[in-house]
Design a protein around this ligand. Structure first.
Ligand code: 13P
Length: 250
């Protein structure tokens, strides 16, 4: 059985006070309303991790939105997986399309980050996804496969089994346009087949999350797809009621 995971990516939103109140609301609502074995992750801005880490409990864990590929040193403004571990971070988003686009993160750099995150015993939430232009040209499947090959295929089978993948089509992020369940399932199945081509049966145990305008009113049909094991949620994770309703879509 693959782990079912719903992670909220707050991106660069909320004051500290708002973030703490959102986190407590989510933790309480999840405890009261969510049954079953779904795992919930709150990926807060890094400056709030320490404080939110004191509030999470039960099914809810702490996640970071990024980490640098060095253990420590003269890298002003950056945060390492080892530092994140000291404040209780269990999951780290890597390679979000916004980081790739605005901060120039490359597949090779992400491969190094995956290594360090795994070394800390944390779970990488490795993001991949194509632009609308790539989809229209029909090169989206190859493009996303290449993101996996270049950032993950150096891992051993034991290591890849600890990675969670998030497919986030860039054209669906923050646009209100979600991928149809057919489009999402097609890509998820392809990613799993690609993982199987290298890692065999291990691919069956790897959770692949969908992200991109996933909300309470479409989560259920997406999560019902055979190869979709949860979601990486942006906008809808900023309101406790919406986020918990997405979680309850399982
Ligand atoms: P939205 O849910 O706001 O489209 O964002 C998705 C996302 O980028 C999560 O990482």
């Amino acid at each position: 059985m693959r782990a079912k995971i719903v992670a909220g990516n707050w991106k660069m939103n909320k004051t500290l006070e708002e973030g703490l109140s959102l986190a407590s609301e989510v933790v309480n609502m999840v405890a009261d309303e969510v049954s079953g074995d779904v795992k919930v992750v709150l990926c807060t801005p890094s400056i709030y991790l320490h404080a939110v880490g004191k509030l999470v409990s039960g099914k809810v864990s702490l996640g970071a939105q990024n980490a640098y590929e060095k253990e420590s040193g003269a890298y002003t403004g950056e945060v390492s997986p080892a530092m994140l571990a000291t404040v209780g971070v269990k999951y780290v988003i890597l390679g979000h399309s916004e980081r790739r686009e605005y901060f120039g993160e490359t597949n090779a750099q992400l491969a190094e980050r995956v290594n360090l995150v795994l070394k800390q015993g944390q779970t990488p939430l490795f993001c991949c996804g194509e632009t609308l232009q790539q989809r229209e040209k029909g090169i989206h499947l190859d493009f996303v496969k290449q993101q996996l090959t270049e950032s993950l295929f150096h891992l051993s089978a034991e290591q890849i089994a600890k990675v969670v993948i998030a497919y986030e089509p860039i054209w669906a992020i923050g646009t209100g346009v979600t991928a149809s369940k057919e489009q999402a399932q097609e890509m998820h199945a392809l990613l799993r087949a690609h993982l199987a081509s290298k890692y065999g049966q291990v691919a069956e145990s790897i959770s692949i999350l969908y992200g991109g305008s996933c909300k309470p009113d479409n989560a259920q049909e997406l999560f019902a797809c055979k190869d979709i094991d949860g979601g990486l949620i942006g906008g809808a994770s900023l309101k406790a009621r919406d986020f918990v309703d997405v979680i309850k879509s399982f």
